[in-house]
Design a protein around this ligand. Structure first.
Ligand code: ADP
Ligand code: ADP
Length: 227
């Protein structure tokens, strides 16, 4: 069974413009799927329809085999990481990462501590748990945003250009972190990027969008190492 299945997904904005046009795509359990394509081709719109932040005009969205078209974001059990990591400035790193757990019922304080420490250790944040976001570097902030995304067990992670605001060196480090995290957790991931190196190192497959259409789905190798 696919983790995420899109069947003939269309997104039409108010003026009749189709930002996403008849996209069908199966993402396997544990697969790391990259979305690429020129600015305005519909990548963010597609991600937002998976998460439930945008209504689907027509077609079906299935998560774990269940149709979720009408389901609210919180009932889809997904984690999204945005380009502009929105951390809570008044909360410590620990509380920022713990935030999604505090919304869960029946979870003990001990369990919260254990899970936050696990996530923080995976992202090398254990020494910074008492700090506030203002006292962190850009890369550390992005790690906290990731920590918050991985602290719960979810059906999938969705990333919208999570590294594009970082400098080249940090991007390289974060790429390694994400790749390690993926190997450890094996969680299905949909990842939007403009960066070919990210697509090559992280992706199992790459979906190429163009003007709302799905143009091609290929392995990074097939796509980038063509003669
Ligand atoms: P990408 O993420 O690939 O840059 P988007 O999904 O953000 O593309 O946008 C796809 C197309 O839909 C663009 O032409 C954009 O201008 C348009 N679009 C996005 N959001 C809206 C909106 N809320 N209303 C109207 N048009 C939109
Ligand atoms: P990105 O470049 O990161 O994909 P954009 O700057 O294109 O994002 O879009 C930022 C926000 O503006 C999004 O929420 C999108 O829905 C909205 N938007 C984009 N294009 C349009 C549009 N043509 N009309 C109305 N809203 C739009």
């Amino acid at each position: 069974m696919s983790a995420i299945e899109m069947r003939n997904i269309v997104k039409e904005y108010g003026d009749g413009f189709k930002a996403v046009n008849d996209i069908s795509l199966d993402i396997a359990d544990g697969e790391f799927m990259i979305l690429v394509g020129p600015s305005g081709c519909g990548k963010s719109t597609l991600l937002r329809m998976i998460v439930g932040l945008e209504d689907i005009t027509s077609g079906d969205m299935l998560i774990g085999g269940n149709r979720v078209n009408e389901k609210a974001p919180r009932d889809r059990n997904l984690s999204m990481v945005f380009q502009n990591y929105a951390l809570y400035p008044h909360l410590t790193v620990f509380e920022n990462i713990a935030f999604p757990l505090r919304l869960m019922k029946g979870i003990t304080e001990d369990e919260i501590k254990t899970r936050v420490r696990e996530a923080a250790s995976m992202l090398e944040l254990n020494e910074h748990l008492d700090r506030k976001p203002a006292n962190l570097s850009g890369g550390q902030r992005q790690r906290v945003a990731m920590g918050r995304a991985i602290v719960r067990q979810v059906n999938a992670f969705l990333f919208d250009e999570p590294l594009s605001n970082l400098d080249a060196k940090l991007r390289g480090q974060m790429r390694t972190e994400i790749s390690r995290m993926q190997r450890r957790l094996g969680t299905t991931t949909v990842y939007v990027t403009h960066d070919q190196t990210e697509a090559m190192t992280l992706g199992d497959r790459v979906a190429v969008l163009r003007r709302g259409y799905l143009q091609q789905v290929a392995s990074p190798r097939e796509l980038y190492e063509q003669p």
